[in-house]
Design a binder for this molecule. Structure first.
Ligand SMILES: Nc1nc2c(c(=O)[nH]1)N[C@H]1C(S)=C(S)[C@@H](COP(=O)(O)O)O[C@H]1N2
Ligand SMILES: [Mo]
Length: 320
């Protein structure tokens, strides 16, 4: 996230829409030619516009969906932050297909009466899968709208029976160093660790996420399971989780450790509190084109009605 201003641009932002549409049509046609197929890179193959991968059925949840038009599958799967695979926005799409997804188990432990170790198939079936269209606001001041598939994290945590000591949830992402160029470079302290207060973790908006656009998550978006907390900056939403640990004390997250004056524990989207190096008042909606106006950032990313109550009486400048 320190590299924002160099990496936060893609060809579709600086090319008039008609031109890049035509270019994309050409590339698609080229991809159909056997010769071109042979020389296409893996990233090229992954940048198809049509959703792909194993199907994941879900019922639409209108109550917890926004009306903004969703970003394209292409935007969502080729413009990513997943630093384990490198800091470039295209790095996750380029490298994450090497992530080994089977076997995959997730441990829920710590301050719980019933510690759980669950296989990913059991996790997928633990509760009804819902499609929820959420805004995702990155701390780098861009945003997307994504039709996620998952169910409330609360459904899983309840099964583990949190004790009175469970005041925080800590999320640990997988490390597979041999296939993760970013881990080899040591950009952050790995594994990637994030955390929530337990009431945030139990909030109905906090989504344990397994898919998007009707399909299982592509690796670059955090396969096979991640968490999404839509009122917080995107970095709170850890990808490819292997452990959820409940504990009494507030954890030090990877970003707090890397730059404590820039990234706080709460990280609620807040247009009134600038990042030390840039404003958070507006954002650029990915895919809207170079000439599109920046849009105002909303308190709690537009979810204030549902979550502001969690922070009653707190100083949100100090608790950034
Ligand atoms: N393990 C892990 N999780 C992560 C990140 C990361 O680098 N590693 N980046 C975060 C950031 S900064 C954002 S904005 C979102 C991006 O999710 P997306 O690529 O699916 O849109 O993932 C978050 N989760
Ligand atoms: Mo982000």
């Amino acid at each position: 996230m320190h590299h924002t201003w160099k990496t936060d641009t893609r060809p579709s932002d600086i090319t008039p829409e008609a031109v890049w549409r035509e270019r994309r049509r050409f590339l698609r046609q080229a991809a159909l030619a056997p010769l071109a197929l042979g020389v296409m890179s893996r990233a090229g193959a992954a940048s198809n516009d049509a959703p792909s991968g194993p199907v994941l059925a879900a019922r639409k949840n209108a109550r917890w969906s926004v009306d903004d038009p969703p970003n394209s599958w292409r935007d969502i799967t080729t413009y990513n932050n997943f630093y384990e695979f490198g800091t470039g926005k295209g790095d996750p799409a380029r490298y994450a297909d090497k992530l080994r997804l089977t076997p995959w188990t997730v441990r829920v432990d710590g301050a719980v009466r019933r510690p759980l170790t669950l296989d990913i198939d059991a996790l997928r079936k633990l509760a009804p899968q819902e499609e929820r269209i959420y805004r995702l606001r990155c701390v780098e001041a861009w945003s997307m709208v994504i039709p996620w598939i998952g169910y409330p994290l609360a459904q899983l945590l309840k099964q583990a029976e949190p004790t009175e000591d469970a005041r925080y949830a800590v999320f640990t992402s997988v490390v597979q160093a041999d296939v993760m160029p970013g881990v080899q470079e040591g950009i952050l302290d790995w594994p990637y660790v994030e955390g929530l207060r337990l009431d945030e973790a139990m909030h109905p908006l906090t989504l344990l996420t397994f898919g998007l656009y009707g399909h299982e998550l592509p690796a670059q978006d955090g396969a096979p399971m991640r968490v999404i907390i839509p009122w917080k900056y995107g970095f709170k939403s850890g990808k490819s989780l292997v452990r959820i640990h409940l504990q009494a004390t507030q954890p030090t997250t990877s970003w707090m450790r890397a730059a404590p004056q820039e990234y706080g524990f709460y990280a609620n989207v807040n247009p009134a509190v600038p990042h030390p190096r840039w404003s958070q008042a507006t954002e650029r909606r990915i895919g809207s084109g170079f000439f599109a106006a920046r849009i105002p950032t909303l308190p709690f990313n537009g979810y204030a009605q549902d979550v502001a109550g969690l922070y009653q009486g707190m100083d949100l400048v100090r608790n950034f």
